[in-house]
Write a protein that binds this ligand. Structure first.
Ligand code: ZN
Length: 436
């Protein structure tokens, strides 16, 4: 009898789905699910751990998940010890990568290596290319948000009220003027070691100089033995001059053949023209705090312009004056009619993220994604120095076929995408820098 009883217990354990069922990977569609429903899903008994990325929730699960959402089981055999995150600066196509890509989106991916050796990422190759700036492997950690949809954020305690003064400023963003600036910039070969980048620099100087109240200067720095130049335009604050806000974007560009052509319309004439457009709007409406507009150089060789600026801020003891930094890198491309835009910052800058998310909601039709995993653009040196900084980047960039190609020309740019992005930026900055 006793033997029979023990036998029954053993049989029950063997048959139990919890005891010996195989763990597997699945991806749940969480598009616009809402924060609370998503939290509930993550707590399901069958889910061992999760990783959230835009509209996808990668899970390691032990059995069927009870949800009405679409679930895709992955074929990759679960070996969580071989998982990595990949952070990507710009496009990296995972061709011939020695790993399975489980999910990817925004500027991130989760991959499982084919072996214990670190997977080799396939990088674009062009002169001056530096792999660690373009993509990096990051240790996997479960229950991580890589990037989150605005619609899956927890509700904010406060919401931005529509303000007619901000609206007036937002309405002054001129998409056609932005595009004309972009076209002008794209007409120069702006490769950092190229022949025309100094002409582009001088043109930027002359444009900033046309604006009332702008103090314009060049900030030279060493770039691999030659000299590169940031262009800096300062609009002194009317009441809180010692509080600084920085608006930046790199004006250098590259391509597969940069010595002959590097129009860089999207990367990053779009962002550099965005900086100038914001300067034009604010020059007519100087805020209480000081605004510093910077066109960076040497970004494509490793964020040299922004790094240099942070070094200068530190040396001069001005770091604590900087209350916020907005950088724009690729703001003009969209693959479809959905204007999706990624806001990327460091942990501890939730405030900054909230202001931009709310500004987007109030003044634009952008679909916002947010991330606390900053990587590979001009916001990073500031964040690393403890300065609150945020990158604004359109979210279809990884599907942009002309990225770092001589074909990155103005025809590929979407006016609405850039205009709405700039409207958000102008509104967010108005909230922070104070209108007179
Ligand atoms: Zn760029």
């Amino acid at each position: 009898m006793k033997v029979y009883f023990i036998g029954m217990i053993l049989l029950a354990i063997v048959l139990s789905p919890f005891a010996f069922s195989q763990l597997s990977y699945a991806v749940v569609d969480i598009d616009k699910m809402g924060f609370e429903a998503l939290e509930d899903l993550k707590k399901a008994d069958s889910i061992e751990w999760w990783v959230e990325l835009d509209n996808q929730l990668l899970v390691l699960c032990s059995e069927e998940i009870q949800t009405e959402r679409e679930i895709k089981k992955l074929k990759t055999e679960a070996k969580p010890e071989l998982l990595y995150f990949v952070f990507r600066a710009h496009q990296s196509n995972f061709v011939d990568i020695s790993a399975d890509v489980l999910i990817q989106g925004a500027r991130y991916a989760v991959i499982q290596s084919h072996s214990e050796e670190l997977p080799v990422l396939c990088h674009p190759t062009h002169p001056g290319f530096s792999p660690d700036v373009h993509a990096k492997l990051v240790d996997f950690s479960p229950n991580t948000v890589l990037a989150r949809q605005g619609t899956n954020q927890p509700a904010l305690a406060t919401s931005l009220q529509s303000d007619p003064r901000v609206q007036r400023l937002v309405d002054q963003v001129d998409g056609k003027r932005w595009f004309a600036t972009l076209e002008k910039l794209a007409s120069y070969n702006r490769y950092s070691y190229g022949s025309e980048i100094l002409e582009a620099r001088d043109w930027l100087v002359s444009e900033y100089k046309k604006l009332p109240g702008m103090e314009v200067s060049l900030m030279p720095f060493d770039l691999g033995g030659s000299t590169a130049y940031n262009v800096v335009a300062v609009l002194k604050g009317s009441k809180r001059a010692d509080e600084w806000f920085i608006v930046g974007g790199h004006y250098d560009s590259t391509s597969q053949n940069p010595l002959s052509s590097a129009p860089g319309a999207e990367d990053n004439a779009s962002g550099a023209a965005g900086v100038l457009e914001m300067a034009r709007v604010y020059a007519q409406n100087p805020p209480e705090a000081t605004l510093i507009f910077i066109s960076f150089s040497g970004e494509e060789q490793g964020l040299h312009g922004s790094r240099h600026h942070v070094k200068e801020l530190t040396k001069a003891g001005n770091k604590s004056r900087v209350k916020g930094v907005i950088t724009m890198d690729m703001i003009g491309y969209t693959r479809d009619s959905l204007l999706d835009c990624l806001l990327e910052t460091g942990r501890g800058n939730q405030n900054l993220l909230d202001i931009f998310s709310q500004a987007a909601k109030q003044y634009t039709s952008l679909k916002i994604l947010t991330s606390f995993n900053p990587f590979g653009s001009d916001h990073v040196p500031y964040i690393n120095a403890g300065i609150p900084a945020l990158l604004v980047i359109e979210n279809d960039w990884n599907r942009y076929p002309n990225y770092h190609r001589t074909s990155d020309t103005p025809q590929k740019i979407n006016l609405e995408m850039g205009t709405h992005t700039l409207r958000m930026n102008v509104a967010a900055l108005a909230e922070m820098a104070g209108l007179r």
